[in-house]
Design a binder for this molecule. Structure first.
Ligand code: 5RP
Length: 242
């Protein structure tokens, strides 16, 4: 049983790595300004960029890291990274590569499983092109039926925003930290309310409507930029879906 579980984990890891590397190899060119995403799939894209830079295949890359995790990966890989407001980045990004929690048939996404949705969305919407790297387990018919939609909320709005989300028909759960008592606190000092609907809502409408609730900073629906999706299949192939 344990051996089976280990094999499944190893397969998942292989697929994540394959998706990350495939997107970098196909899309990243010297001189690009890159947005670099967060999570256990996006790290493989960051590592591949670092590897190609160290071999002299990619030159003059500069990056915007979407989280502490991405910053550390950039540091480890020797990838120079800058704030989005900096002179280096202020003209916008050429390409952002990230992971996702769910991808629907229109390539709409749920993101934020790693709590970095706010800055991930900034990078995505500041990019000329956007690539998502996933293993096939992330493909769904309807968003939000398996993975909840994260909503980042200022701490002062925990109760009122929670009530407003319930009025929209959502079941609301405060995201709890794993190795700390109490809630997850995002890199911007906010909390995350994970919401679920009983039947599939309209993700494009909700992306706008959720942000109208006072105290909501951002939500995990990504529908206004259509990514190219690199899907690692369990048979070892990579499918590219536009
Ligand atoms: C972090 C994210 C991640 O991209 C998403 O959670 C997917 O992560 P993983 O590749 O580890 O499954 O949105 O906020």
């Amino acid at each position: 049983m344990q051996q089976q579980t280990d094999a499944v984990k190893a397969d998942a890891l292989r697929m994540k790595e394959a998706a990350g590397r495939a997107a970098v190899d196909a899309l990243v060119r010297s001189g690009m300004k890159l947005g670099l995403g967060t999570g256990s799939t996006a790290v493989h894209a960051i590592r591949r960029v670092g590897e190609l830079m160290s071999r002299g295949i990619l030159k003059d890359i500069s990056a915007f890291a979407t989280s502490f995790q991405a910053e550390i990966e950039c540091e480890n890989g020797g990838i120079p990274f800058y704030p989005l407001n900096s002179r280096e980045m202020s003209a916008g990004l050429d390409l952002t590569i990230d992971g996702a929690d769910e991808v629907d048939p229109q390539n709409y996404l749920i993101k934020g499983g790693g709590g970095a949705l706010l800055i991930e969305k900034l990078a995505a919407y500041a990019s000329a092109s956007y690539a998502i790297t996933v293993d096939e387990s992330k493909l769904v018919a309807h968003l939000g039926m398996g993975f909840p939609v994260p909503v980042e909320v200022v701490p002062e709005a925990r109760v009122q925003a929670g009530k407003a989300l319930e009025k929209l028909g959502a079941a609301v759960a405060l995201r709890e930290a794993l190795r700390k008592a109490g809630p997850v606190i995002t890199e911007h000092g906010n909390i995350i309310l994970d919401i679920r609907f009983a039947s599939p809502p309209d993700p494009a409408a909700l992306e706008t409507d959720l942000n109208r609730i006072p105290g909501v900073v951002e939500n995990g629906y990504f529908t206004r930029i259509r990514p190219v999706v690199y899907i690692a299949r369990s048979n070892g192939t990579i499918e590219v879906r536009n």
